[in-house]
Design a protein around this ligand. Sequence first.
Ligand SMILES: [Zn+2]
Length: 335
Amino acid sequence: MKAFCEECRDYEEYRIEENVRTKEIKNKVIHFEEKIAYCSVCGSEIFASELRDANIEAMDSAYRITEGLITVPEIENLLEKYNIGKRPMSLLLGWGETTLTRFVSGDIPSKTYSDLLIRIGESPDAYLELLISNKDKIVEAAFRKSFDATTKVLSKTNTCIIDTKIESACNYIISRSVEITPLALQKLLYFTQAFHKVFEGNFMFDEDCEAWVHGPVYREIYSKYRNRGYNPIEDSLEQFDCFDLTESEREVIDAVINYFGCYSGKILETMTHIEPPWKDTRAGLSENEVSNRIIRKELIERYFNQVYEKFNMLNVADIRDYSGDLFEKIRGNLA
Ligand SMILES: [Zn+2]
């Protein structure tokens, strides 16, 4: 990548460094990773337009996470899922015709508007009801298109079609747990990913987790269960009885459920807080700083290989020694 360097008076290659930036938006102090370009020839800071967009996006996303607001990609997903345009969706919701168009272009919705969108996005049933009861606000063709897409989404939920491995892992964990909160689910996914790499040689999912305040978080899964907050996911469990996992994947997850599933989300959070992958990724951040930094797969691999060595692990049942040890370590920190 090249950009114009004022010092060299020419287009030069640049290298990128990341910096924690603090900014105040609507009376909220937020922190985010800013990418800065430096000229490879003379080392002075230069302006790179590609980075500006990424930085604005990082700032926007940090603000939305702090406030629990829906993000632009989440809105776009929802429109695509229900096959509805921005204008008709706005009308269905009883908003101004261009309101949703503004949100998709980056305007930040109020909490009330955002919560409504999140609820609709999570529940095809709620959307279908909205669609039918406001049918006369939009043209027939738009109604028909969206109605068909939504009923398809609903039948898909009922017939078990899984798109990603991480969804499969989630469903499996939820269906095998008595009561699990989104917080605990995130941690079990993290240990599953780590131990699958250790025992099977590859990571179970492509998705990366981020070093959030409350420990490692897979953003896609956070979006899916965000409205539960600290409450357990306890919808009819049959709906989670839908997954596509190999025998060895199941074995790893079963062991993680056996040896970590007995701890609360808070305890699991504390466990991840004392270990290098999360801690090192958050270097330089204070306890409550929002961060979207990715916990790199190499960090997870390196650390859990050490765990594997340290506990002389032969098979997944040996995860028990590690989880027990981890619990002993944090015991003192628990109130
Ligand atoms: Zn230069």
